[in-house]
Design a protein around this ligand. Structure first.
Ligand code: 2BA
Length: 109
């Protein structure tokens, strides 16, 4: 058995949850925060048979889009004066960041 951990953008989460559950996969959704942008994202936990891993990744790929994110960094405009101006930097936020882990045991009680 495998555990897929997929970090996706909030905007894709509803459609992806619907697509996965319609195909019969069990999914747990966590509200998470990206460390770099400090913005909300969504992490899905999906426990599945090894043979289904690629099918799930295909579904994630078909739903999740790459988008632009903005981080505002304070930039010094006076060397010693301590004046900082917010400076927006654009980054590409991927459609999904996916980890596939081996599961030692899967128990439901
Ligand atoms: P964030 O950490 O908020 O990162 C958002 C986007 O900012 C990243 O998109 C990347 O394009 C950029 N970025 C992140 N760290 C950076 C840095 N140190 N310098 C410059 N740019 C940086 P993605 O790579 O698509 O990642 C989207 C989200 O997936 C991340 O949100 C984070 O929550 C998660 N993630 C990505 N890689 C991860 C990893 N190796 N381990 C754990 N979580 C990860």
């Amino acid at each position: 058995m495998k555990l897929i951990i997929a970090i996706i953008q909030d905007d894709d989460s509803l459609e992806l949850l619907n697509s996965l559950t319609e195909e019969g996969y069990s999914v747990t959704k966590l509200a998470t925060t990206g460390g770099f942008l400090k913005a909300g994202n969504t992490t899905l936990l999906i426990g599945i048979e090894k043979a289904k891993v690629e099918s799930v990744i295909d579904i994630i790929r078909s739903v999740c889009e790459t988008r632009k994110g903005i981080i505002t960094t304070p930039t010094p405009i006076a060397e010693q004066g301590g004046i900082y101006m917010p400076y927006p930097i654009e980054v590409q936020v991927g459609g999904a960041t996916i980890f596939v882990l081996d599961v030692d045991k899967f128990i439901k009680i």
